[in-house]
Design a protein around this ligand. Structure first.
Ligand code: FEO
Ligand code: CA
Ligand code: CA
Ligand code: CA
Length: 668
């Protein structure tokens, strides 16, 4: 999702306005006192930020030794783990990859995958029903499940299920001549149904043919999940009074998932799709919003105006109180969103499940710590909005390979992160049975009836315990070499104070933070942290080697993040507005970093107006799947701002890229 501030209501850009009005200190405020002196000593704000962390500066520390372990001596020169020539910054309307590689578009928006396999029509005249049988718009988080990955990791690199999110839509492109709007209202049910069906998730069975190219198989496993698909609600909030609606009077079921940004995948072979900027899909004209709506930024009009049409399938997006009780209207419908949704890609008839124990917020994605038999599962998720938080979930029950399933995500403890100024941090439990949480609630004068209500109000619960406000947490990734967790903090225009850890007012460029759980115990409550990277131009950045970024690796607004099997960190960007159109960064891009050496290079540049997001590989690491989202964002039929991937005169389409080496060997 692009991140320009845009207060236009109907068809605005979709990012939510900040809604954290708590008085919790910013990350920057916490550390600014200690950093002030260092800034002066270092003679530069950005360098001062990393210098503060001393031995923990990436590239100097050589991937930060474990607590209590001696600092290793500088490594002798090893073979580079990035043996390719960096791709130059570009503003072309195409894909650039290094020499020796190829990147081919695959399953663009509108690719027929199921039902009657309706062909994509270039004038966008496919019906709503067609759209429900084709890949959706705006490809985002994605995972490749080897075909033998049911209940385990799987090994097949030639055949599998590619599962991907469709975050949102460009209304100017999805219909032949744009949406029909009269007096600020939608009047075409067919148009709105098409928009609803272009959201959600695609499951696509794919296989390499004898020529080595990936193809879509006609398969009973192929599936579209949309913003209207029936789903179950599980976990502590299941059946809660705040989830009762006209559709589900007992608060256990719902329809659809939307604004599915990044993703996750479980150790037991299922896909997790994450509901990010969902609040803008709803409207409430009530003058007093309850806390579970106001803290999430609900407004009196919605982004696409779906609620302005008559009929239950559309009225559910109107959260205004209309009936005598919640069972008679959709005042609680927004409480069905902001969750992580589990989908079993191998069971096409299964209902997706919203796992409420993982909390309700603008979930970017979910990433698991390495699983160990007999230990709880641990996963991390960021709340991508300005000044929101980073969370961790620890299951109550233990992981048992081959036997565990999604119920591990229904019973556990949700924590939120507090980053202290001394490089240490603490996970604060959001648990109604936790004494510290109870004390914090008392002190704040806030009460919750039960754990379900805590989870429905996750942001408020996190405010109360004093979590650290962050600069828009996006994707997380866990280093397979040492278990360190990395998170992108994409930018935060609302930051007003400067300091060395976030040395730029209105942090335009973003950074990457990382932490290490104390004693390598992922389930524990304490960690230590440092900064891996400050993104930005040459004169306002610090790379993983402690040096300013340069021509080979300049970036801004880091978003997607993924570790490959050999411990390289892949970083994708989501720049927008002036950052994209002028200055040194060019189009959005993907880079690779070696945390051990501090080396970092640009691997890919995308087409005009697109975000690079979503990444997964086959187990043999010979195929990399990456998504190109919203090329030519803001285009209309009359004004195409990009024509990628189909070429001159054709509407731009979000698309997956299949990236391989020309010699067919491992990518790196
Ligand atoms: Fe949908 Fe946080 O990007
Ligand atoms: Ca996105
Ligand atoms: Ca994102
Ligand atoms: Ca983003």
């Amino acid at each position: 999702m692009r991140q320009e501030d845009d207060n236009s209501v109907l068809f605005g850009n979709g990012d939510e306005l900040p809604s954290n009005h708590s008085s919790n200190p910013h990350f920057n405020q916490l550390i600014e006192t200690r950093l002030a002196r260092r800034q002066v000593l270092a003679g530069g704000a950005a360098l001062g930020a990393l210098a503060f962390f001393g031995a923990a500066v990436p590239g100097i520390s050589s991937a930060a030794p474990a607590a209590g372990q001696p600092q290793s001596t500088p490594p002798f020169r090893q073979r580079s783990k990035l043996p390719f020539s960096a791709v130059a910054v570009s503003r072309g309307d195409d894909i650039s990859v290094p020499d020796g590689y190829k990147a081919s578009p695959f399953i663009p928006w509108g690719t027929p995958i199921t039902g009657s396999y309706p062909a994509f029509l270039e004038d966008a005249s496919n019906s709503a029903e067609d759209q429900a049988q084709q890949t959706g718009m705006h490809h985002d988080g994605m995972h490749f499940f080897p075909i033998d990955a049911q209940r385990g990791p799987g090994r097949d690199s030639e055949h599998g299920l590619l599962v991907l999110n469709h975050e949102y839509i460009d209304v100017g492109l999805i219909h032949p001549k744009g949406p029909t709007v009269v007096d600020g209202k939608r009047i075409s049910a067919e148009e709105v149904r098409k928009e609803i069906n272009a959201h959600g998730v695609s499951v696509v069975e794919i296989r390499r043919n004898p020529q080595g190219d990936w193809e879509v198989l006609p398969s009973a496993r192929n599936r579209r999940i949309t913003a209207a698909t029936p789903m179950q609600i599980r976990g502590p909030a299941r059946g809660h009074a705040l989830l009762r609606t006209r559709y589900s009077p007992d608060g256990t079921a719902t329809r659809g998932t939307q604004n599915n940004c990044a993703n996750g995948f479980t150790p037991w072979g299922t896909y997790l799709t994450c509901e990010e900027n969902w609040a803008g899909y709803f409207a409430s004209r009530d003058t007093q919003l309850p806390r579970e709506l106001s803290r999430y930024g609900l407004r009196d009009s919605s982004r696409y105006g779906w609620e302005t049409l008559a009929g239950d399938e559309f009225e559910r997006f109107d959260a205004t109180r209309k009936a005598a009780s919640a069972e008679g209207d959709y005042r609680n419908e927004p409480n069905h969103f902001g969750w992580i949704v589990e989908i079993d890609p191998f069971a096409p008839e299964s209902a997706p499940v919203k796992r409420t124990a993982l909390g309700r917020f603008a979930h970017e994605g979910l990433v698991f710590a390495p699983v160990k038999p007999g230990r709880p599962v641990v996963c991390y998720s960021g709340d991508d909005s300005q000044n929101e938080y980073i969370y961790k979930y620890v299951s109550r029950h233990k992981y048992r390979p081959g036997r565990s399933d999604g119920s591990l995500l229904d019973d556990g403890t949700l924590y939120v992160a507090r980053f202290d100024g001394n490089g240490k941090g603490k996970w604060l439990a959001l648990d109604i049975h936790d004494k510290h949480f109870q004390r914090a609630c008392l002190a704040a004068g806030v009460s919750f009836a039960d754990q379900g209500e805590v989870l429905i109000n996750t942001r408020l619960a996190a405010d109360i315990v004093g979590a650290t406000k962050m600069d828009r947490p996006e994707w997380g990734a866990v280093n397979p070499d040492n278990g360190e967790v990395y998170f992108t903090l994409t930018n935060n225009k609302s930051r007003s104070e400067t300091d060395a850890a976030n040395p730029r007012p209105a942090n335009a460029y973003g950074h990457i933070i990382r932490w290490r759980e104390r004693s390598w115990n992922s389930a524990g409550r304490r960690f230590s942290w440092d900064l891996f990277l400050l993104a930005g131009p040459e004169n306002d950045s610090v790379g993983p080697n402690g040096q300013p970024l340069g021509a080979d690796n300049l970036l801004a607004s880091p978003d997607g993040l993924w570790f490959d099997p050999e411990g390289r960190l892949w970083i994708q960007t989501d720049m927008s507005g002036s950052q994209l159109h002028s200055g040194p960064f060019g189009n959005n891009q993907m880079l690779v970093a070696d945390p051990a050496s501090g080396e970092m290079k640009r691997f890919l540049v995308g087409p005009q107006g697109a975000e690079v997001t979503g990444i997964s590989a086959t187990p043999d690491f010979r195929t990399l799947f990456v998504n190109i989202q919203h090329p030519g964002e803001g285009s209309t039929a009359d004004k195409l701002l990009s024509t990628w991937p189909d070429g001159p005169g054709k509407r731009p389409r979000s698309s997956t890229l299949v990236i391989t080496r020309e010699d067919g060997r491992r990518l790196l």
